[in-house]
Design a protein. Structure first.
Length: 67
């Protein structure tokens, strides 16, 4: 399975991702993480978009506080 790459990586860092691309990237990582990724939100932007917070752990850590 191919590892997901960001728009920046795909363009040798000449471009940056839009919100929808970031969210699609996160979903791709989540699908490939074999249950190691916990996805939460740490707030909303002024436009009302969720700000994702990702916690990766093979040791059962589920929150930033536990990490």
């Amino acid at each position: 399975m191919n590892s997901p790459i960001s728009r920046a990586e795909a363009t040798q860092f000449r471009e940056t991702s839009r919100y929808a691309e970031v969210m699609a990237f996160i979903e791709s990582v989540r699908q490939q993480s074999a249950g190691l990724l916990r996805l939460e939100s740490f707030g909303r932007t002024e436009e009302g978009r969720e700000m994702p917070l990702m916690v990766f752990s093979s040791a059962g850590v589920n929150t930033p506080e536990q990490a």
